[in-house]
Design a protein around this ligand. Structure first.
Ligand code: ZN
Ligand code: ZN
Length: 305
């Protein structure tokens, strides 16, 4: 066989091996990450850090809901290149793989909601069940990498591709910063305690709140108090408490009806913290063109655009 005929075959083989290695590393890291919460039993209990841990968990949820979800997946508002990178860095801190992968999976979720092709439906033929939709879908072979077809608009930014490759950098900076705060005695704990309470616990909170949108917000299982405001072709539900703690993502039936809307909470009791944050950022000039369809405005009792 001529050299030039062999080369592509060798390249394919090498590429496959590299892919398998990268996938093995990703699955191992994600698995270890899921077990990190056990470290709360390895360090002394630190009640003084409980409130900061909850606050940081909430900030991570806000980063995922406003960044990964409403901006990168749905482009429901616009922003400049610098704040776009800030949003990407912020969302990456939540350790939910990259902005590109997240947006790709989420766009597929909307395209095939609760049908075969949905990457994390509890009812999907390819997987299914609570555990699959809550956690295991993230390491399923079919969801291993982002399909460029879904994220051409985002792939145009080299800094987002850089974060795809080096997503561990923001997390190392975050965990390292927490360690230093403890080690230098600034939060009254050891470095290890600070890492557990200021990094691991917030990540754990964020992970399970965000994952609940694939399970509880799709009725698996159906929480008491869940309701549907709109007829959609999926099993999405609204829930006031889930909507509040998830910064608005838990008004999931509203969201599936109007996925491109920057505002998701519509009734007076559907407090939408991500929308309030977007509005505040708009007021200080960091975000623009906040998209709220007239139908949403009507349901929310806002003036029509
Ligand atoms: Zn959904
Ligand atoms: Zn969405």
């Amino acid at each position: 066989m001529k050299r030039e005929q062999m080369a592509p075959a060798v390249a394919r083989e090498g590429g496959r091996l590299r892919y398998r290695l990268r996938r093995a590393v990703t699955v191992t890291v994600l698995f270890l990450h899921q077990c990190l919460w056990l470290s709360v039993f390895l360090v002394p209990w630190q009640p003084a850090l409980l409130a900061p841990a909850l606050l940081l968990g909430w900030l991570l949820i806000l980063g995922v809901e406003m960044g990964n979800h409403r901006y990168f997946s749905h482009r429901s508002f616009t922003t400049g290149r610098v704040f776009q990178f800030v949003l990407a860095w912020w969302a990456t801190l939540a350790f939910q793989r990259s902005v590109l992968w997240w947006a790709c999976m989420h766009r597929q979720h909307h395209r095939f909601s609760d049908q075969p092709g949905d990457p994390h439906s509890p009812y999907a033929a390819a997987g299914g069940g609570f555990l699959y939709a809550h956690l295991n879908w993230g390491v399923a072979e079919r969801n291993a990498s982002a399909d460029p077809h879904y994220i051409r608009d985002l792939l145009a930014y080299p800094e987002l591709r850089w974060l795809e490759r080096f997503g561990y950098v923001p997390n190392l900076v975050y965990a390292g910063g927490a360690y230093l705060l403890g080690h230098l005695g600034w939060v009254g704990t050891s470095g290890a305690q600070a890492v557990v309470w200021l990094y691991v616990v917030p990540l754990f909170i964020c992970q399970h709140v965000i994952s609940s949108q694939a399970t509880l917000a799709h009725g698996a299982p159906r929480l008491p108090g869940s309701y549907r405001s709109f007829s959609t072709g999926d099993r999405s539900l609204n829930h006031v408490l889930l909507g509040l703690i998830s910064c608005g993502g838990g008004y999931h039936n509203n969201h599936h009806r109007f996925p491109g809307s920057a505002r998701v909470g519509m009734r007076w009791y559907e407090v939408d913290l991500a929308y309030l944050a977007i509005k505040a950022l708009q007021r200080v000039g960091l975000v623009h063109k906040v998209s709220i369809p007239n139908q949403v405005r009507r349901h929310a009792g806002m003036e029509q655009a």
